[in-house]
Design a protein around this ligand. Structure first.
Ligand SMILES: N[C@@H](CCC(=O)N[C@@H](CS)C(=O)NCC(=O)O)C(=O)O
Length: 92
């Protein structure tokens, strides 16, 4: 199970789309950026840059990943190597 910390912005959508397309089990904590949720100490423990998106992978000892590009790469390694399946598909 993964927890996604996000908000309805383009960078947030990148992580949501990846989780959906990869069929991973996840829940969402919606942050209110206008209220400054992303700068609160409890979120900064997960994501020191104070920006969404971020994920916590509960199947990997609550490993936290932030920066949308890093999240995409991390997730691509999870479901029976989604990344390799995508590469193979692109070569066909
Ligand atoms: N390089 C970061 C950018 C993340 C980013 O700028 N997130 C915005 C929303 S799209 C944010 O959290 N803004 C609130 C803030 O900076 O306080 C990524 O790709 O994840």
């Amino acid at each position: 199970m993964i927890t996604l910390y996000s908000a309805p912005t383009p960078n947030g959508h990148k992580a949501s789309i990846a989780l959906e397309e990869m069929g991973l089990d996840y829940d969402v904590v919606a942050l209110n950026l206008m209220a400054g949720d992303q700068k609160k100490p409890e979120f900064l423990k997960i994501c020191p840059n104070g920006r969404i998106p971020a994920i916590v992978d509960h199947d990997a000892d609550d490993f936290a990943v932030f920066e949308s590009g890093a999240i995409l790469l991390y997730l691509a390694e999870k479901p029976a190597s989604f990344y390799l399946r995508m590469l193979n598909g692109a070569r066909r």
